[in-house]
Design a protein. Structure first.
Length: 415
């Protein structure tokens, strides 16, 4: 069973919107055992859309079209699919009523344009999930394309994801005759390169290839770290979980403590949980990152039980007057150690992180962009780590965030 993805929208071609939908759909198809060999982007032009869809149908069993189901003049995915099917569009009154009810529930009058969203190709059925005003379409083909199918989902990510999960993936699995259970588990890592981890796991990957029980894949995710994904297939949920448990343990033994979490874990969520388990509170002194670490931590509900707060002493004078740092260079070992201890004292926290550096693009106090110090105050002791990052301003700041939190993570685990 082969399924490809067609993303619709001139804004995608112009780079005004990044096509994250196709990558998400591709990942979900892989997780349920459906092959996907092609992904295409096409602008809001009927002739080109029809051409792309016909080509996709010719080489694949199923096509997921993403976008172009809105109420405006350039939303013509319905028309393109109808032309490929060789049928007319008809207005579905039940969809009209659902859209009217959605607007009514918000105390608004439905614009006439929204009626276009109720136009459905003859022979198509509506996706059971309809979180917004755009209905998803399940469109079986006939004639020489008998047995093939086109699915249409809106481009709004949260609407698309619900429709793919509820209405498309189960249908594809049924059509493909997939009865086995396919699951993946992602190990989140920080501290080693993709090539380094791949080299360490080379023998294990070869063993799995021969055994056929599971596979290992890598996904470099920038300042979010490297993801090592283990995928397994088995007749039952219990069996596939057992395979994943065993392989996870083998991978951890091989690559060591660079694994900081699983699946949806982030470095922030892991550090918050470690602090919570040990009854510790955290305070930050963010010069280089300007509150970025705080922002990432406070994105997690419930963080207030361990996160006391932060000081952003961006100007050198404030590091001294607010945090009690000595008269030393702003980017130095002595400075960040004093800042980490000072913010603990100021905000009554058990643990302190301090960062100070040169984000660029210009040098500062004789130091080139990327020069930085990270200070940690833990269990009454302070230490500092010196780094040089060869990146632009944004990446220097983002990498400093995760490196600071990872340093704290490793120090907590060592105690």
């Amino acid at each position: 069973m082969k399924c490809e993805v067609v993303a619709v929208g001139t804004e995608l071609l112009l780079g005004q919107i990044v096509d994250t939908n196709s990558s998400w759909i591709g990942e979900q198809l892989a997780l349920v055992g459906i092959d996907s060999h092609y992904q295409t982007k096409v602008g809001d032009n009927l002739d080109r859309m029809v051409e792309v869809l016909r080509h996709a149908v010719k080489r694949s069993d199923a096509v997921i079209v993403c976008g172009g189901l809105g109420p405006t003049q350039d939303d013509i995915t319905r028309e393109a699919i109808a032309e490929v099917m060789g049928v007319e569009l008809v207005r579905d009154q039940s969809i009209v009523e659902r859209i009217e009810a959605m607007f009514g529930g918000r105390g608004r009058v439905m614009p006439e344009n929204n009626l276009l969203q109720a136009d459905v190709p003859v022979g198509a059925v509506i996706n059971p999930a309809m979180p917004g005003t755009a209905p998803g379409l399940i469109c079986p083909l006939s004639g020489e394309d008998e047995g093939k199918i086109i699915y249409a989902v809106p481009g709004v990510p949260w609407e698309m994801e619900q429709m793919v999960t509820a209405g498309i993936l189960p249908d594809l699995q049924t059509r493909a005759g997939i009865t086995s259970v396919i699951r993946s588990r992602t190990l989140r890592t920080w501290g080693k390169s993709e090539s380094g981890i791949a080299e360490e796991l080379d023998d294990e990957i070869r063993r799995l290839d021969a055994a056929g029980t599971a596979t290992i894949a890598f996904l470099a995710s920038g300042w979010e770290g490297l993801k090592v994904r283990i995928t397994a297939k088995a007749p039952s949920e219990a069996e596939v979980v057992a395979i994943l448990d065993e392989e996870e343990q083998r991978v951890r033994e091989i690559i060591g403590d660079v694994v900081f979490g699983l699946d949806d874990d982030t470095m922030e969520s892991v550090v918050l949980e470690l602090l919570r388990e040990r009854g510790l509170t955290l305070a930050l002194a963010e010069s280089l990152t300007g509150g970025l670490i705080s922002s990432r931590l406070t994105a997690h509900p419930g963080c207030s039980d361990v996160f006391r707060g932060a000081v952003v002493p961006y100007h050198r004078d404030l590091k001294q007057s607010v945090l009690g740092a000595p008269d030393v260079p702003a980017v130095s070992e002595e400075m960040v150690e004093a800042m980490a201890e000072g913010v603990c004292r100021l905000l009554d926290a058990d643990v302190g992180i301090a960062v100070s550096g040169v984000a660029g693009p210009d040098p500062h106090e004789g130091l080139d962009p990327g020069a930085l110090w990270i200070g940690i105050h833990l269990h009454g002791r302070s230490e500092a780590v010196n780094l040089t990052l060869p990146f632009d301003r944004e990446r220097i700041r983002q990498f400093t965030c995760i490196m600071s939190l990872n340093l704290l993570r490793t120090r907590i685990l060592e105690t």
